[in-house]
Design a binder for this molecule. Sequence first.
Ligand code: GLY
Ligand code: MN
Ligand code: MN
Length: 440
Amino acid sequence: MIHIPRAEYTRRRKALMAQMEPNSIAILPAAAVAIRNRDVEHVYRQDSDFQYLSGFPEPEAVIVLMPGRQHGEYVLFCRERNAERELWDGLRAGTEGAIRDFGADDAFPITDIDDILPGLIEGRDRVYSAMGSNAEFDRHLMEWINVIRSKAHLGAQPPNEFVALDHLLHDMRLYKSAAEVKVMREAARISCAAHVKAMQASRAGLHEFSLEAELDYEFRKGGAKMPAYGSIVAAGRNSCILHYQQNDAVLKNGDLVLIDAGCEIDCYASDITRTWPVNGRFSPEQKAIYEIVLASQEAAFAEIAPDKHWNQAHEATVQVITAGLVRLGLLQGDVDELIASEAYKAFYMHRAGHWLGMDVHDVGEYKVGGEWRVLEVGMALTVEPGIYISPDNPNVAKKWRGIGVRIEDDVVVTKQGCEILTGGVPKTVAEIEALMAAAR
Ligand code: GLY
Ligand code: MN
Ligand code: MN
């Protein structure tokens, strides 16, 4: 299995600690187990920041980083080995495993954290944590601080500054290393195979969930534990619902189906959308809309390169889509004025993409100092223009209504421009029709 090598986690911790102020401490908790219903749990997914710094896959754990600490800079609190619990729930690393397999300098049972952590914080000037994102953990942190404060009369020195860890960490996460790109390529490869499978399986009379089953099968077969987000399988008018999740309607002859789905590998997401005709042949109206979306995506790719800013790709899609809608008579007027008045938003109401990484809508600032961020090598993003003609839009001829098209690919910025990670699934009308015809 392709995964992030252990050495990379060490490198990330060192890079973060190098950016922390002297005499500081960073503390971050693992994701909690989420209850689905009564005693059934959701599939466990580690918190992305926690995973980024440790690769440690268990709940009930806390990372502590103390740059410059003589007895070890990286301390991990985690669950102890427990034969009884491991019989029921699976193996645990334990404190020995945390050191041996996950590179911790020191490890303690999580049950001892209240006794040990105040002593580690004491004397440090600054605490870095993801304040505000985990209310329960914030409360614990204040309790640990208060333990130190209560001993001030004995000479204990509580920290005076609390710093948002996100700022440093999320900027690091925005730049993907070679190892990360490799994992993202693998997630993309599997997701491409899944979209191809769903295209080939597409038939009138099936349900949206029949195609979702094809996706899930390919994801799991490829080694993915789970989709990176709830798969959207939206046929007919459902294609106009941007985050449609029901996935239970019947696929009808003559309709399009829009699938927005991608798997996750080693906590890295892929995010692909393809739209195709249920019966394998685009109608003239479907084709006309599709070609505009595709051309807008091509225009966007040309705007993704070092030194171009974040919004240029979006602007390119708006330009091509608005001009295309005017050409088809779906919008009337001057293209520049329609853009200025945002008239296109009746058909294209979302942005052309987002950062992509461990979270499907990944972390990282889009603006710096009030200006759109300039793209740099290693940044990963999606390019996903769309046109959605509401089934209830009274301003367009009936033949257009209910057509929703989105085309989404994942790219990484390179020196020359960008690498498209998700090129392995057909995209032109001719390619899609040929693939579907061959599967009939
Ligand atoms: N799948 C959600 C998105 O494309 O942003
Ligand atoms: Mn998507
Ligand atoms: Mn997306």
